[in-house]
Design a protein around this ligand. Structure first.
Ligand code: EPZ
Length: 451
């Protein structure tokens, strides 16, 4: 077995072209939605990442036949024989991902009961599931928390409800959607999250026969239907992965074209990228013409030379600057002249990774105050959730241990940008959300190898 460490020889700009596939944070939810259909579903452009494997395993345990389709990245789900799985079988997936919580509604509809293992996912704050459970109870489910996991049942079926989220949580919005589509009557969800991945999940559900209206002001209305069928869907591309490679291009003074990246879903990122001094060009899709081959669209990102500029930004729910974009970008901000401010308002503990950057020569201080923006939920709760980055700093190599997915990618970028040879431990965690990242690094000319 290969040791879980990557040896990275830094200092070479990343140059070249890579492609992103379907968004991890849509694909995994669309896979769960397949459980609701009474006929097979077909999903294209599915990346080969660990989260997909976990959901595939859980679907398989519940009788959904998952097979590879003809096209590379195509999965076919046949839900004809949905059945219960034992808690022992399900618990094999305990701690591996947060997606299992989204099986609640579909399993309650199909089987009348559900068992959800202990959740995993990145350790970036307490990540409670209180909104999910409250919503499920509103639909009429009973929830029994036991040491081995959650047991849910809905002996009398699920009924539509009016529910307002205390915060526009992505997962809780998806929970409500996946439950309401087949609940009896109308559901009105207020303060819903409206991330592009959620709108794409709504497209999937609508293809299946659901009736969902997205009103203004974060209100979603769902008219329950008794039956849904399978879907065929090509997901939106992964805008988090695209931004990660863009940040890597900027931090290493390189030039990376990300095929598949879509401008509309990345507008807020692109504005900040330009404010920092990075340059980009949107390359639109060109269909084949006059015998000439077509060209896939994407976005080219590059460092134009000279110095980067400091910025102040705060992470937020869509259409704000995504919390998952901040860690890779902060590495580039260590190279910007002046003081940059990052106010993290989505997760309370998502700046711990900056210590590793400081060990490489960065100058980042974290604060409990809400700096540079409007006060947020964490301001009075003693969480270090604002960072001040003083730059530019020369980064040098270090031994790094990857703490979570996005912070892990930022460690990798820092190692690529630094002078000298770094050892990045726990690098397999990156496979949870970045398909073939080692092959992509090689395509971009990075000098990195397994020892
Ligand atoms: C999704 O997580 C993504 N994960 C995250 O990406 C992403 O960072 C996040 O949305 C925000 O965009 C997946 O889609 C699998 P939330 P989710 O519910 O749904 C609080 C990545 O690296 N909250 O929107 O779990 C919560 O603690 C991952 O790809 C409650 O208090 O995020 C957080 O502070 C990391 N109670 C805030 O809401 C609840 O019941 C937003 O969380 C639910 C959430």
């Amino acid at each position: 077995m290969t040791e879980d460490v990557l040896v990275v020889h830094g200092g070479t700009p990343l140059e070249g072209r890579i492609r992103v596939r379907g968004a991890k944070n849509l694909v995994s939810k669309a896979m769960v939605a397949a459980l609701l259909g009474d006929s097979p579903s077909r999903l294209f452009d599915v990346p080969k990442i660990r989260d997909v494997e976990v959901v595939r395993g859980l679907l398989g345990l519940h009788g959904v036949k998952v097979t590879d389709g003809e096209e590379d990245g195509e999965l076919v789900f046949d839900p004809a024989n949905v059945e219960s799985a034992s808690t022992d079988q399900i618990n094999v997936h305990a701690g591996s991902s947060r997606i299992p919580i989204l099986f609640c509604g579909p399993l309650l509809h199909r089987l009348g009961h559900a068992f959800i293992p202990d959740l995993g996912g990145c350790h970036i704050g307490p990540r409670p599931i209180d909104f999910h459970l409250q919503a499920l109870r509103e639909f009429g489910a009973t929830v029994d928390k036991r040491p081995e996991g959650l047991h849910l049942s809905a002996p009398n079926g699920l009924r539509g409800t009016k529910f307002s989220l205390p915060y526009p949580s992505v997962g809780a919005t998806e929970q409500v959607l996946l439950t309401a589509v087949m609940a009896e009557g109308v559901t009105e969800l207020r303060n819903a999250a409206v991330e592009p991945e959620i709108l794409d999940l709504i497209c999937v559900l609508q293809k299946m026969g659901a009736i969902i209206k997205v009103h203004t002001d974060r209100v979603i209305e769902i008219q329950g239907v008794p039956k849904l069928h399978g879907y065929t869907h090509r997901p939106i591309p992964d805008r988090i992965e695209a931004a990660s490679w863009a940040a890597a291009a900027l931090a290493t003074r390189g030039h990376v074209e990300v095929l598949g990246a879509q401008q509309a879903d990345m507008m807020t990122f692109l504005n900040i990228f330009r404010s920092v001094g990075g340059e980009y060009e949107v390359t639109d899709l060109r269909p084949p013409r006059n015998g000439q081959p077509g060209q896939e669209g994407g976005i080219r990102f590059w460092h134009p030379g000279g110095e980067l500029k400091s910025v102040a930004l705060e992470t937020d729910v869509h259409p704000g600057f995504m919390t998952d974009w901040q860690q890779p970008l902060v590495v580039a901000l260590t190279q910007a002249r002046g003081l940059s401010i990052v106010h993290e308002t989505v997760y309370e503990q998502r700046l711990g990774y900056t210590e590793a950057l400081n060990s490489m020569g960065a100058n980042i201080q974290v604060y409990r105050d809400c700096l540079g923006g409007t006060p947020c939920r964490f301001g009075r709760r003693n969480f270090k959730h604002s960072a001040v980055i003083a730059g530019p700093s020369k980064l040098h190599a270090a031994d790094l241990v990857i703490p979570d997915l996005r912070a892990g990618f930022s460690h990798l970028i820092a190692a690529l940008a630094a002078e000298g040879t770094s050892r990045v431990y726990g690098v397999d965690l990156i496979n949870r959300g970045y398909e073939d990242f080692e092959a992509k690094l090689a395509d971009l000319g990075a000098h990195a190898e397994r020892p």
